[in-house]
Design a protein around this ligand. Structure first.
Ligand SMILES: NC(=O)c1ccc[n+]([C@@H]2O[C@H](COP(=O)([O-])OP(=O)(O)OC[C@H]3O[C@@H](n4cnc5c(N)ncnc54)[C@H](OP(=O)(O)O)[C@@H]3O)[C@@H](O)[C@H]2O)c1
Length: 250
């Protein structure tokens, strides 16, 4: 039974991935800060799923969370780093605290979690998969999302740096277009703290510039792709996978 740690599993895509892998027979450890949401998710997942409170941006909490997950699962075959925040702010108004917090969660947490999981991933010849965005590489910059997209671009490079130093582990950058997730806590909470006025102004620019298309990835189809990645054999590297929504008609 494949053992997967999903960090960022309390809401949105991480939660859908954790539940989806459990439904396909995997054993999952679900990590994030919101323990109540994780407990609900682990209960829903069944199959021995465990819920572990963990702040990815705090070195001690991150290391302890990954260690607790490895102990509960008896090792780690895959780490999925889904934790992420996307503050919305005009670039000149994003202050140091906003930048630091985004780097802490989107970049620092990813490397801390990977370092903590490394001995287990080397032992299992396992994989580490990081959720990134098309806005960090494939599209022009989105107004209002500079902090998010710049930190995700740093994450993209971080994944390459890890692969360069640890080639026996399979490192994958999973670059995504828009996906709403599921329902309730499984819905993306990504925009929940956005100022509605700024969101309205920026949303109009995204539509005008054809950045926001209105098409969405079906989260079940995303879970199928992640399931394939965690099942891939140890002889292959899958450095990068890009998933974008296909419009329903021409
Ligand atoms: N939805 C999309 O269209 C889309 C597109 C491209 C990429 N992505 C990426 O997919 C990932 C999930 O996004 P989402 O849309 O599902 O957003 P979401 O619902 O806001 O999920 C973010 C997750 O990250 C966790 N998290 C935040 N700060 C954390 C911290 N300090 N320590 C541990 N966990 C933390 C949150 O849990 P707690 O708050 O409980 O800690 C939550 O589980 C993100 O990395 C995002 O950049 C999403």
């Amino acid at each position: 039974m494949l053992r997967t740690v999903v960090l960022g599993a309390s809401t949105g895509l991480g939660r859908c991935i954790g539940l989806g892998l459990a439904a396909r027979g995997g054993r999952v450890a679900l990590l994030a800060r919101s323990k109540d949401k994780l407990d609900d998710a682990a209960h829903e997942a069944g199959h021995g799923a465990v819920a572990i409170a963990c702040d990815a941006a705090d070195e001690g909490s991150c290391r302890a969370g990954i260690e607790a997950a490895a102990a509960a699962l008896g090792g780690i075959d895959s780490l999925i780093y889904a934790a992420g925040i996307g503050p919305l702010a005009r670039v000149e108004q994003a202050g140091a605290a906003v930048w630091r917090r985004a780097f802490d969660v989107n970049v620092l947490g990813a490397t801390l979690a990977t370092a903590a999981a490394l001995p287990h991933l080397r032992e299992s010849k396992g994989k580490a998969i990081y959720l990134s965005t098309i806005g960090s590489s494939y599209t022009p910059p989105w107004p209002g999302l500079a902090v998010y997209q710049v930190t995700k671009a740093a994450l993209d490079r971080l994944v390459e740096a890890w692969r360069a130093e640890h080639p026996s582990v399979g490192f994958t950058r999973l670059t995504l277009g828009d996906c709403a997730g599921g329902e309730g806590d499984a819905m993306t909470h990504f925009a929940s703290a956005w100022d509605p006025d700024v969101a309205g102004e920026m949303g109009q620019k995204w539509v005008e510039r054809a950045l926001l298309t209105g098409s969405l990835i079906d989260v079940e189809h995303l879970v199928e792709i992640v399931d394939g990645l965690v099942r891939a054999g140890a002889s292959v590297n899958v450095p990068s996978v890009t998933v974008t929504p296909r419009p329903p008609s021409d």
